[in-house]
Design a protein. Structure first.
Length: 357
């Protein structure tokens, strides 16, 4: 039997060899040409979002090729980091670039490194910083897209390449189970859909159904104690199909004393879409399933305000809410402007289809 210490040494040697191989491979990789990556300026990335998506995927695939880490896992981390930057723009400020992974100086250079702006890969590694040189120019630049993504990939490689290893690596980096869950969800979405699809939306009710709604976010509620209304009520008849407004992953499904039969879906922008007071769910849907924009997920009802199965304490309607995740907590914001925008966009698309059909 091989002693435990020997096993650890073997694992350590394998990791070192893998890291050296990856570094050597990256050093021979041809960096992306300037024409492949659109110029990024503060406040605006490009007039064509598809160009940004394409260029980001080129970066993800470049790192994936030499590390064997699936590109969609790298994309998921980058997207999660992008949502954190939107929530904390001041704390995570960095020069404009395609990627959003942000490693603060202590993480990049090493907590005990006397030079917190160090770009020397050797001294950074001595002080246990995560910063690495991914382009082969002997500089570990925290604002270079390839260097940053490779540094994150190098951290992941330290733990292995299985799905479970990936989850452990995420926990060790973020020390936050919420972050691990979000990145798992984003990875699932990127694996199945193209980035441009993931930002498409749909109105939650069929446009040919009879419904009405107005902005009701922030109004008072008394049942169960005073609280504000964190969403918009869309009134419709019993059984009208309720559709997912976004591509996403079902995060919650079941009964809630306030919302009755409700379902929650997380989208690629880290928004939690909440559908409540349903009469029932679409058959076959389970927590963890991926849904598309416009897919039927349930039916309008009047459930809630009581024990499981309570119905009819108010007129049938869909309560729809959106919550933004800051990394530690979530807060609601008024969904009415988005609902109105999605409704008008869908009507316009249908009119265009009829005209050109």
């Amino acid at each position: 039997m091989i002693p435990l210490r020997t096993n650890k040494n073997i694992q350590r040697c394998r990791w070192i060899c893998a890291s050296v191989a990856v570094t050597l491979t990256l050093s021979y990789c041809t960096p992306l040409e300037a024409s492949e990556v659109p110029k990024v300026s503060k406040g605006s990335q490009t007039s064509q979002p598809e160009d940004v998506y394409t260029s980001r995927k080129l970066l993800y695939e470049k790192i994936s090729t030499v590390t064997q880490i699936p590109w969609y896992r790298i994309a998921a981390i980058d997207q999660y980091e992008r949502t954190l930057t939107k929530a904390h723009p001041t704390d995570r400020a960095h020069l404009p670039r395609l990627t959003a992974v942000f490693m603060p100086p202590p993480t990049w250079s090493g907590v005990l490194n006397p030079d917190q702006l160090d770009t020397n890969p050797l001294s950074i590694s001595i002080f246990a910083g995560l910063g690495r040189d991914g382009t082969g120019d002997k500089v570990a630049d925290a604002n270079n897209d390839i260097d940053v993504l490779y540094s994150m990939a190098n951290h992941l490689l330290h733990y292995g390449q299985s799905k479970n290893d990936f989850n452990i690596a995420l926990w060790e980096y973020y020390n936050n189970s919420r972050a691990v869950q979000r990145i798992q969800q984003f990875s699932k979405l990127y694996e199945k859909f193209t980035p441009s699809d993931l930002n498409r939306h749909a109105f939650p009710l069929p446009l040919n159904s009879v419904y009405s709604y107005r902005s009701t976010w922030g109004t008072g509620r008394n049942w169960g104690g005073f609280r504000i209304h964190e969403g918009t009520d869309l009134f419709a008849g019993y059984g009208v199909p309720v559709r997912s407004t976004s591509y996403g992953v079902i995060e919650m499904k079941g009964w809630n004393a306030f919302g009755g039969w409700r379902i929650g879906i997380r989208d690629i922008n880290n928004h939690y879409h909440y559908y409540a007071h349903l009469m029932g769910f679409e058959k076959g849907l389970q927590t963890g399933d991926v849904v598309t924009a416009g897919q039927v997920i349930g039916y309008v009802g009047s459930s809630g305000y009581g024990k499981p199965g309570t119905q009819g304490k108010f007129p049938p309607h869909l309560h729809y809410g959106i919550y933004r995740d800051s990394g530690l907590v979530e807060w609601s914001f008024d969904p009415y402007p988005q609902l109105h925008q999605w409704e008008q966009a869908e009507r316009k698309a249908l009119k265009h289809a009829r005209t050109n059909g």
